[in-house]
Design a protein around this ligand. Sequence first.
Ligand SMILES: Nc1ncnc2c1ncn2[C@@H]1O[C@H](COP(=O)(O)OP(=O)(O)OP(=O)(O)O)[C@@H](O)[C@H]1O
Ligand SMILES: [Mg+2]
Length: 252
Amino acid sequence: MNRGETSNQAADHLIELRGLTHEYTLGNARLPVLDNLNFQVAPGHLVAVMGPSGSGKSTLLYILGLLLKPTQGTYLLGGEDTLSFGRRQQAEHRRQLLGFVFQNGDLLENSLVYENLEFPLIYAGVPRRERPERIMEALGKVSLDHRVHHPANRLSGGERQRVAVARALVNRPRIILADEPTGQLDRANSHLILDYFAEIAAAGEKAVIVVTHDPEIASRCRRICILKDGVLYEHPRSTIEPSLAGRRFSTG
Ligand SMILES: Nc1ncnc2c1ncn2[C@@H]1O[C@H](COP(=O)(O)OP(=O)(O)OP(=O)(O)O)[C@@H](O)[C@H]1O
Ligand SMILES: [Mg+2]
């Protein structure tokens, strides 16, 4: 919690980490990755996470996405302490609150684009008649409506990434966790994805956390956080990309 913030405001955070630490074990070796992180994300925030390769960005996102339990510390999701969650509660929260875009796309290879997007809707209990409209809307946001009946394993690398984004968002989650979602995209499509994220965050109810190596993408985010040597700190936006710092975006 920042100095001066009341505990009431803290309860409004969608995500709050307190003293969060994670280390992997490989045989007898311990590999510390995240060291005592304190981090909050409120509704309306669009947050970029940057940092060198291997610094733990994906690890952090897996923990936030309830795909990995941290070794130590507290993770409050919508005010609830996630460390006490059993598998069923984790799955329930993933389904209802979280949309995850994996670094490698991770599509159902032998299925159509339509089926890839339908799967999370079935899982969430969305009636069959409502699914086509939801799927076409999500694909439209990433300019891929024309690929709806395409087999996933015949998409280009950038198309796969965009389908992965559409799939994470088709459920209208409150928190979007995107791991380098624009890594394989050209400039226009990268900005298309960021437009989508900015629109979601600007509506005020939801939050988006996006891992990126691209300063131009990061500069479009309301907050930029850097993960380095196990420590996460807030970066002053203006020094990231001076030429873009003065641009105003709808997310503030
Ligand atoms: N399951 C695991 N077991 C042991 N070590 C791991 C495991 N997963 C990741 N690591 C190590 O933890 C460190 C952080 O990995 P992570 O994938 O979080 O980095 P990253 O910041 O996402 O990197 P990149 O930018 O290359 O995607 C790396 O040094 C990696 O080798
Ligand atoms: Mg990674």
